[in-house]
Design a protein around this ligand. Structure first.
Ligand SMILES: [Mn+2]
Length: 441
């Protein structure tokens, strides 16, 4: 778990980026209630980053008078014995102050009055509009109160804090690297389990169950995103999550699944043959994707940008697709015309952290972000040959993606997801060891 010292350090860093005489408001997620049943509560990731506090109806306020004077205040729900009988204990003000390490913890019940007092005479207010209606309403009302008050002055400028905070979240600290590593480890175990338990005739949702069992077993009870189990040409539907079909002998299955462990996401994809043996055409396509991935992993290091790597990957893919006669023409021309886009139509990767598509700017297409140590990202080349593609029939419907999670280090990168195999020989070897396969067949 992230320590109180780290939380304090993060809030101090944020304070150092704020101007004098300013305040920042970071809201927790509101409660999700439908007909008296609570949905699973998912904390706002920015709020979590600064508090590791998992209750709804809360607000973190940081006030900076000048370089030397600042205050850290948390609003949270007061303890209430009646509610606690139903939903269990809440932290309350006394414990929250200690555990989160703020200067004051105030009751959420008096937030209207107390927030006005805190923001009086503040010049600049940092607020993220349009996250929650209730939060926006509270800010509007507070500003109106201050404007209408006899003895009060509202802030005159409102700034969105998201660029500041998201830039911080892009660079991972040692404590969160540890959690990301564990998250990736659990997801790797789940993918290995999936390979070991897959057989023809099994349903996609049954394979999904194997994955989710492994997540839960290791204490990762949330998914980072909805699990994708795409067998046959379902693999070509990029966000296929129906996972309802029977898996056929001779097809591949694409498994894209990741757990969230103590808030930190992992995001692995593996593609393997349902019966444990790649066909000639599956092997050919798989090898192009694997070669692309390996090449990207060699290139990703500080001072390079993802666009450059992406460009290199596209070169490799097109060269091989021409060799297989799946694309016809001169490679450079095929690239400039975007002919490969029918087979590879998504980005090479994305940031990874508290969110699966984590926050942080990628720069612009011209001014692409330069990689630096402690950035964590996915690398996920893929080839998807639609069942209607103008290619020999034995290639149609083959979809392959291989996705690893890496951290940029001082001299290169470290792969967090190496322990789940991706070489063809290793996959076939692992799947040959499936137990009791004859019984289930
Ligand atoms: Mn991904």
């Amino acid at each position: 778990m992230i320590s109180t010292t780290v939380l304090q350090y993060r809030r101090k860093t944020l304070l150092s980026k704020m101007t004098s005489c300013s305040a920042i408001l970071i809201f927790a997620s509101p409660e999700n209630i439908m007909k008296q049943n609570e949905y699973h509560f998912c904390q706002n990731k920015d709020f979590w980053y600064f508090t590791c506090f998992d209750e709804p109806n809360a607000l973190l306020v940081l006030i900076k008078q000048d370089e030397f004077n600042n205050q850290q205040i948390l609003f949270n729900k007061p303890k209430d014995c009646n509610t606690e009988i139903w939903v269990g204990p809440c932290l309350g003000q006394n414990l929250a102050k200690i555990r989160i390490g703020v200067d004051y913890a105030l009751s959420w019940d008096n937030i209207d009055k107390d927030l006005s007092k805190l923001l009086n005479n503040i010049k600049i207010l940092y607020h993220a509009w349009n996250e929650y209606i209730e939060a926006d309403k509270l800010v509007f009302n507070t500003l109106r109160c201050l404007r209408n008050g006899v003895d009060s002055t509202p802030p005159n400028t409102i700034i969105d804090w998201r660029p500041l905070v998201h830039e911080m979240r892009l660079f991972k600290e040692p404590e969160e690297i540890k959690l990301l590593r564990t998250s990736c480890k659990i997801t790797s175990l789940a993918h290995t389990r999936a390979m070991k338990s897959c057989y023809p005739g099994m349903f996609e949702y049954q394979l999904e169950g194997e994955i989710h069992h492994e997540f839960n077993y290791h204490g990762a009870r949330q998914l980072a995103y909805n699990t994708i189990i795409g067998s046959g040409y379902n693999a070509c539907i990029l966000h296929y999550t129906k996972n309802k079909d029977k898996m056929r002998d001779g097809d591949l299955v694409l498994v894209d699944a990741g757990c969230s462990f103590k808030g930190y996401a992992s995001d692995i994809t593996r593609t393997f043959p349902i019966n444990g043996k790649f066909s000639k055409q599956q092997r050919e396509i798989y090898n192009i994707v694997l070669t692309s991935l390996k090449c990207a992993l060699l290139m990703l290091k500080p001072e390079i940008n993802i666009n450059e790597v992406n460009h290199h990957v596209i070169n490799i893919m097109v060269k091989h697709l021409v060799q297989l006669r799946l694309l016809k023409g001169i490679p450079n021309k095929l690239i400039s015309e975007g002919a490969y886009l029918q087979f590879f139509m998504h980005n090479l990767g994305h940031w990874l952290g508290l969110d699966v598509h984590d926050v942080g700017s990628y720069g612009t297409s011209i001014n692409n972000r330069i990689l630096k140590p402690n950035m964590v990202l996915t690398v996920e080349p893929g080839l998807y040959i639609s069942k209607d593609a103008d290619v020999p029939i034995e290639y149609r419907g083959i979809g392959v993606r291989i996705e690893d999670n890496i951290i940029i280090t001082k001299n290169g990168n470290e792969c967090f997801t190496d322990s789940v195999v991706k070489e063809i020989d290793q996959i076939e070897f692992l799947m040959a060891s499936r137990k009791n396969l004859k019984n289930v067949l």
